[in-house]
Design a protein around this ligand. Sequence first.
Ligand SMILES: [Mg+2]
Length: 211
Amino acid sequence: MTSARFLVVLDADSTLIRNEVIELLAEEAGRRDEVQAATEAAMRGEVDFATSLRSRVAALTGVPTASFERVRSRIEPTPGVRELTAAVHERGGVVGVVSGGFHEILDAIAPELGVDRWRANRLEVAEDALTGRVDGAIVDGAAKAASLREWAADLGIAPRATIAIGDGANDLPMMAAAGLGLAFNAKPAVRAAASLVVGRVDLSQAIPLLP
Ligand SMILES: [Mg+2]
């Protein structure tokens, strides 16, 4: 892939897909309400993302890996996502996703939706169940921005030829690093900081913005 013209990087939860995967996993542990409240606070930018993620993942302790399939079956792609990824490819672009969510779910979803490369957190597993710990470095806001820069450099794409699309406070660093930062279905703090705001929950709305 030496001739990519531009790069579009999307957030996963509530952007690429309608769900927050950690809430679906928490439901498997009978702890959806508390995890949902903590996720919403993190997405509004009220708490440190990595600290919040560690405590939310701790609430998933004991969830069997067998439940991943049920969680995957509940994922709803965001309207317009396939149209957007097809349009990016038609115009010679590359689609990336960088997520504070989890490879365990995203790996099954991303390729089907036309995503070319993706990065997320990994859940530590022992004896076919979650240990309640994140495996490896946490993908937080800074890691999202670093991924966008790294992928652009790798593809020979200038930073100005990148678009970042997200809804949460942890997307703000990558939106600032991109040529265009698009707030999608976004929290107020994210709307306020974005170059552009898309209010309708339809990713095809971003197609006219592609170079
Ligand atoms: Mg999100």
